[in-house]
Design a protein around this ligand. Structure first.
Ligand code: C2E
Ligand code: MG
Ligand code: MG
Length: 758
């Protein structure tokens, strides 16, 4: 710790009274907090992880062992090895002790003990096996006995033993016995037996499968007429012989084969070639359809003259059924039975081609149910599902047979109208009338679980003709138009507007650029000083810059909103925090910079992410940055939803020293009630009030109010955007003690930062 300033990931045992021991992983770093040296220690309980690791290793070993057991090599090896494990004992009448050989001691794990009290061995014999051993001890006639024996360490061994009695002149001179550890041999035998049993079972399974096989055999004459079909099986029996004997395959009432397929099949037969898996179906006597697959080979007599065909047949109805099911699942929505996105896209591309052929416009209507989520949340998903089914039915009733109603998922439906009109205007009018019909139909109340429910849709419409746009683009246009109608207050219909599309395209391009930028490290942080009333720098605010290869430095206002929409703010924000922490760590090395605070802007979406706190804690732990120097700037928009969650998160981070400031204060919906409840440290007066603080009495009053409000809530205040001495002086007079703005310094790369010199 003294040398490096930190310790990383050291496992330590944690012993507690009345609880099993645990393992904690420690990371620690040396910090300066308000001029005093402190050690910041992070302890993570890693007991579960370490146990899991140990178990994984043990499991692997067990698995390896099991695999090996099956190899004959090992079985043999074990058997020979076990032969070596032999020992003996001797007992002389009159002696209280039994003499044990070194081999015996080794088997029994008795160390160097060469003697043991009489009866000691017998005690370890398992209860069930005791009679065998006792009988052998009585007879002492050299008979081989095998029994299980529990060693002192608890392990149960299989022992093979032989006992003898030496008698001279009717007097017992000695008793002795040989013991052999045959545990491994037994295990090997058992494994072999199990292997055998498994082999037997798989053979039996194979036999029963062959018995169940539905193959049958057929023969045809040189004119391809059936002369014989057998296979004493239900399938064949279910067909009356008249339907095929004396007839060709194509004359015997089979279906599922197109004219081209028949022609190809006949050509194969005429050419006397082998064929495989020709699929067709025929009706059984009971009328049900039976799919079969036929394979055949030509027959030639001894002179080489073609005499006919023979082959086998197999029923494949189950497979065909499965294929049909899969197709239904792949192309239709399971809940509503409407075509799904895939089928819609398929039909749409056909419709686009057809529109050119028929010289007529078609239309795409994107339909989204308003407030569907509320229904799901309040009355449960099954009610939501019920509504979707009823909507599907109503939509289908609103359109013609040639039109398509599809469900994209969730509460999104698409209606595709074909062959509307040759002119764009007429087509639009027709599409609009269908749209209005849908609006009216979906505005009728629904009955869900016996209760009335009102729902409404927002509809976006776009027209299509020829291949002017790709299918994806068309769907996107209809989707955009739908959003327009949502924006226009819902329960309405809007047409796609090209201007909207242009904006959307630019956004999409920027998003691609942003992803690229994240991968290629095109971001950097600039730092703007924050000063106190004597103009001394007390900290900085980190401001993100995008060093774009062609556009130069891009300010955050241009890309943060897009990053937020695209979800890129999560990795981007994480990068910013990591860079800021790294800077704090670097500053910690020098007395000049050790006390600087670092303010980092955090987006609402970033802060709301469930992993935000964990990731930041992890970052602080790994980097060793001083949390007391870190200040997170939140905006008021964050407080509009999940207020309680925000408070919990703030509290968690604050408990380890992280500070919080409310950015752009005064521009949002700040209400006193929540200001009081938030664990804040600071307010930042928005620059819009500071700008005109000398000329606009309103702004001056706002600035003054914020300052006195902050005083009463015990919060510090930073005035942002201070550009002139006049602004600074006025704010100073009103009691402001911290400032940030071009007057003191612009945001610059870290090397250009003018830092306090002691
Ligand atoms: P903000 O947090 O209110 O940052 C202050 C903005 O005011 C900065 O703009 C700064 O350059 C500018 N500024 C500072 N002093 C003056 C002055 O005297 N006069 C004027 N006219 N402007 C001044 P910037 O760097 O363009 O950042 C704009 C906003 O982007 C920030 O507003 C912040 O909300 C956001 N932002 C910046 N970096 C990040 C970031 O890493 N993450 C997130 N989520 N947002 C960021
Ligand atoms: Mg800020
Ligand atoms: Mg601000």
């Amino acid at each position: 710790m003294r040398e490096e300033g930190r310790i990383d990931d050291v496992d330590l045992p944690l012993l507690q009274e009345n609880a099993p021991p645990r393992v904690v992983c420690m990371t620690a770093s040396l910090l300066d907090v308000d001029g005093e040296s402190h050690i910041l220690v992070y302890l993570r309980d890693v007991t579960a992880a370490r146990l899991a690791q140990a178990a994984a290793v043990a499991n692997e070993q067990a698995l390896a062992l099991a695999n090996e057991t099956l190899s004959r090599q090992l079985i043999l090896h074990r058997m020979t090895e076990s032969v070596a494990k032999v020992g003996h004992w001797a007992y002389y009448p009159g002696d209280a002790m039994v003499h044990l050989s070194p081999g015996y001691c080794e088997i029994g794990k008795l160390g160097n003990a060469q003697r043991a009290p009489v009866g000691d061995h017998l005690r370890g014999v398992l209860e069930e096996d005791k009679p065998t051993v006792k009988r052998a001890l009585r007879q002492m006639d050299g008979e081989i006995v095998e029994y299980r024996w529990r060693r002192a360490d608890g392990e149960i061994l299989w022992i093979r033993s032989r006992m003898h009695r030496e008698v001279q002149d009717g007097v017992v001179k000695a008793n002795f016995g040989i013991v052999q550890d045959i545990t491994a041999e037994r295990a090997a035998l058992r494994a072999a037996a199990e292997q055998l049993a498994a082999a037997k079972e798989s053979e039996a399974r194979f036999r029963s499968l062959t018995e169940l096989s539905s193959d049958w055999y057929w023969e045809q004459d040189a004119d391809f007429c059936f002369v014989r079909v057998d296979g004493d099986l239900g399938i064949v029996r279910m067909l009356p012989t008249e339907t095929y004997l004396g007839r060709t395959r194509w004359d015997s009432g089979v279906g599922g084969v197109s004219a081209e397929q028949w022609a190809a099949h006949r050509a194969t037969l005429e050419a006397h070639e082998v064929f495989h898996d020709f699929e067709m179906f025929r009706a059984r006597q009971d009328g049900s359809a039976m799919w079969v697959s036929i394979s055949g080979a030509p027959i030639f007599d001894s002179e080489g003259v073609f005499t006919g065909y023979r082959g086998t047949g197999r029923e494949i109805s189950a497979r065909k059924q499965a294929e049909a099911d899969i197709e239904r699942l792949a192309f239709f929505d399971a809940l509503t039975n409407l075509p799904n996105r895939r089928l819609l896209i398929d039909r749409l591309s056909q419709a686009v081609s057809a529109s050119a052929r028929h010289a007529s416009f078609g239309a795409l209507l994107f339909i989204d149910l308003d407030n569907f989520k509320v229904l799901n949340d309040t009355r449960g998903h099954h009610m939501g599902d019920e509504l979707l089914k009823q909507v599907a039915t109503r939509l289908t009733e609103c359109v013609r047979n040639i039109d398509t109603v599809a469900r994209l998922g969730g509460d999104e439906f698409v209606v595709m109208l074909e062959e509307l009109s040759a002119t764009e205007l007429d087509a639009a009018a027709l599409a609009e009338s269908v749209g209005k019909k849908i609006l009216a139909a979906l505005n009728q109340h629904f009955v869900l679980g016996g209760q009335e429910h009102h729902s409404s849709p927002s509809i976006g419409v776009t027209l299509f003709f020829d291949h002017q746009q790709s299918v994806d683009e068309l769907l996107q246009r209809a989707d955009l138009a739908m959003y327009q109608s949502k924006a226009a207050g819902r329960n309405t219909l809007r047409f796609f507007d090209p201007v909207m599309q242009a904006a959307a395209s630019a956004r999409a391009a920027l998003e691609i650029d942003l992803r690229h930028a994240l991968l290629h490290q095109e971001f950097m942080l600039h730092y703007q000083p924050v000063v106190d009333e004597t103009s001394a720098v007390t900290g900085v605010e980190a401001l993100l810059r995008w060093n774009h290869p062609t556009r130069g430095l891009v300010p955050p206002g241009e890309f943060i909103p897009v990053a937020e929409q695209a979800g890129l703010i999560i990795p981007l924000g994480q990068w910013v925090l990591a860079a800021a922490c790294a800077q704090l760590v670097a500053w910690n090395n020098s007395a000049v910079t050790r006390r600087l605070t670092m303010a980092v802007n955090v987006s609402a979406r970033q802060f709301r992410h469930p992993d935000f706190t964990t990731q930041l804690l992890e970052l602080l732990r790994v980097s060793g940055a001083n949390p007391y120097r870190l200040k997170l700037e939140l905006t008021e928009s964050m407080l509009l939803s999940d207020f309680d969650d925000v408070i919990v998160k703030m509290g968690e981070l604050r408990s380890i020293g992280v500070n919080f400031a409310l950015d752009d204060f005064g521009t949002g919906y700040s209400s006193l009630s929540y200001l009081k409840r938030l664990p804040l440290d600071q307010l930042k007066i928005d620059q819009s009030f500071v700008r005109d603080v000398l000329t606009d009495p309103n702004d001056a009053a706002i600035a003054r109010t914020i300052l006195s409000l902050a005083r009463s809530l015990d919060l510090s205040v930073v005035a942002e955007g201070v550009e002139t001495a006049g602004q600074r002086d006025f704010l100073l007079q009103c009691g402001c003690k911290a400032f940030q703005g071009y007057f003191f310094g612009r945001p610059v790369p870290v090397e250009q930062l003018l830092l306090p010199v002691i």
